[in-house]
Design a protein around this ligand. Structure first.
Ligand code: 5IU
Length: 359
């Protein structure tokens, strides 16, 4: 398929979903196709890890429900803090929530409850066993959210709110300025100021930015690219890495069909191989079950599993042979003696495999 031989910079121009285009640009800019699966057990560890590994990654994957001490405050809590780190280092947040239920229920799980995932996670994912209408339900929720954010009041209460205080659409700005409304929490106010986000992305061949921004404040913004668009994206759980996985070919094919029906919301797949097959498929593939052999040992495609069903492939096998785009790595990095330098090792290997695929 054409996307296998296309550069990420090219795909940043052609992908159907705005957030996918943005992600490909981040990948090109940071020379990274690495997602960290931040499966640590406390909010403090999560934030420290995200800050330290942020420069090497383009996506941070979370499971908010295995984190103790998750602070649910929408303005100052863990989600808002992650969003600030995402802006500072230039990565997207992917809550690996694996929604599976009837449409109405997943809408509520996505937008409401304590976690309010939609507020802080750019990306989430769904298993479509329950039928593909739930994809439409999630897409509707995301559209509504985006409309609300466009008109949301900017008052002192909202300082620090993830993404919602930024407007990038001049029509919406005008409407917002002439409009006063209650937001979903019943907060009242009027627009007091609007930050215009300027386009400052450099062409594909700009040198990789290696400068780290640890010394800057919490409201620092990753240079070289504007902030993420206010879109939300979904990945369909098309294939899993675990042994004995029951997802059939038919199920995977149903994911491909559902993705094509919702191009404006579905960014791509969590899968074990490339699934783009129609000429105009522009989806991205993210792949867990990835590990490198210890430094010094030769890489031969697979690494021993974890004894609990997880199976591991190496970055070069997943990217060069299976044709996926982003490697998702958890324990390979987290359990290393020095996670930031191990993340760099994975970033280099993942990038090399991508360059190898193009060659
Ligand atoms: N994860 C998988 N396999 C899958 C899917 C998700 O491992 O098919 I979908 C998640 C589980 C864990 C992370 O959060 O990805 C992998 O972590 P390790 O790299 O530590 O195995």
């Amino acid at each position: 398929h054409p996307t296998l031989k296309q550069t990420f910079a090219d795909r940043a121009r052609t992908a159907a979903h705005p957030l996918t285009r943005y992600l490909f640009r981040l990948m090109d800019l940071k020379a990274s196709n690495l997602c960290l699966s931040a499966d640590v057990t406390t909010a403090r560890e999560l934030l420290t890890l995200a800050d330290k590994v942020g420069p090497s990654i383009v996506v941070l994957k979370t499971h908010y429900d295995l984190i103790s001490g998750w602070d649910y405050n929408p303005q100052t809590g863990t989600g808002a803090k992650l969003a600030a780190l995402a802006r500072k280092h230039g990565f997207l947040i992917f809550e690996d929530r694996k929604f599976v239920d009837i449409g109405k229920t997943v809408q509520m799980q996505y937008t409401a409850g304590t976690a309010r995932i939609i507020e802080w996670a750019h990306i989430t994912n769904a298993n479509i066993d329950a039928g593909k209408d739930m994809v439409r339900a999630l897409a509707e929720a995301a559209t509504k959210w985006k409309e609300r954010i466009h008109y949301e009041v900017k008052t002192s209460v909202t300082v620090g709110t993830p993404v919602s205080d930024r407007f990038d659409d001049s029509d919406a700005q005008e409407q917002a300025q002439t409009r006063q409304r209650d937001d979903v929490d019943g907060r009242k106010g009027s627009i007091v100021s609007i930050t215009t986000v300027t386009q400052s992305f450099e062409p594909a061949d700009s040198p990789r930015l290696t400068k780290s921004h640890h010394d800057q404040g919490d409201d620092a913004v990753f240079p070289g690219i504007e902030e993420a668009p206010m879109d939300r994206g979904l990945l369909l759980l098309a294939q899993m890495s675990s042994k004995g996985c029951l997802m059939t070919r038919e199920y995977t094919q149903a994911c491909v069909e559902a993705a094509r029906e919702h191009k404006g919301f579905v960014m791509g797949y969590v899968s074990q191989e490339a699934l783009n097959s129609a000429p105009d498929d522009t989806f991205i593939h993210m792949t867990p079950g990835c590990k490198l052999p210890p430094p010094g040992e030769e890489e031969n495609g697979q690494v021993e599993g974890d004894g609990l069903g997880q199976q591991y492939n190496t970055p070069s096998r997943l990217i060069t042979i299976c044709g996926t785009d982003i490697i998702i790595v958890g324990r390979g990095i987290i359990e290393a003696a020095d996670p930031p330098s191990e993340a760099e090792r994975y970033r280099r290997r993942g990038w090399k495999a991508y360059l190898g695929r193009l060659a």
